[in-house]
Design a protein around this ligand. Structure first.
Ligand code: ZN
Length: 186
């Protein structure tokens, strides 16, 4: 959920900022339960391999320490949340939060076996993170109203959701997830 992926950013996802309120409700519920919260972010060098200047697919985005790499200003980021930076080497692309970040080890260290996730964009980082999480054996719930797709090709978002579901991910909504967290509270 970074500035460059939201409307006005260099790689804006349509209505990307609309997912912030739903994410915040889920974050608050996790915070209330004392459950682990992770934020992943693109953290690219200025000459990142995914940029068009280097023959990549994307305009420059989320360059380390620039305003575009900041998290959306409306996003609630609890103090104890863990920030995971990815794509921080010039020559390596990383759509997945698991790629080269040590995220899997961090989660296992916290005895996490189930992940709830949302963000931008459904057809790239959400998709790849979900597929990697399933490969690693985690249960995954994608919070559908908390994600939006880039849609380089029309239908990419729906295709990504179908692919994640085929990989064993569940699709849910922020209100369902919050309800679940409240109802299972001891
Ligand atoms: Zn990127």
């Amino acid at each position: 959920m970074q500035v460059d992926f939201c409307p006005g950013g260099t790689l804006a996802v349509k209505e990307g900022d609309r997912v912030v309120p739903g994410l915040n409700r889920v974050i608050e519920a996790f915070e209330h339960r004392g459950l682990p919260i992770f934020f992943t972010r693109d953290w690219h060098p200025a000459d990142h391999i995914s940029f068009r200047s280097r023959g990549g697919t994307w305009p420059p985005h989320c360059v380390q320490k620039t305003p575009g790499a900041e998290f959306h200003a409306g996003l609630k980021i609890p103090k104890r949340a863990v920030i995971i930076s990815k794509g921080s080497s010039s020559d390596v692309e990383a759509y997945s939060g698991f790629q080269g970040t040590g995220l899997e080890q961090r989660l296992r260290g916290l005895n996490v076996d189930e992940i709830f996730l949302g963000g931008l964009a459904t057809d790239y980082c959400v998709r790849e993170t979900t597929l990697d999480a399933r490969r690693a054996g985690f249960s995954v719930t994608v919070i559908e109203d908390c994600a939006r797709a880039v849609e380089v090709g029309p239908g990419d978002g729906q295709r990504a959701l179908a692919e994640m579901r085929r990989a064993g991910a569940r699709l849910s909504t922020s209100s369902e997830v919050v309800k679940l967290l409240v109802s299972t509270q001891q």
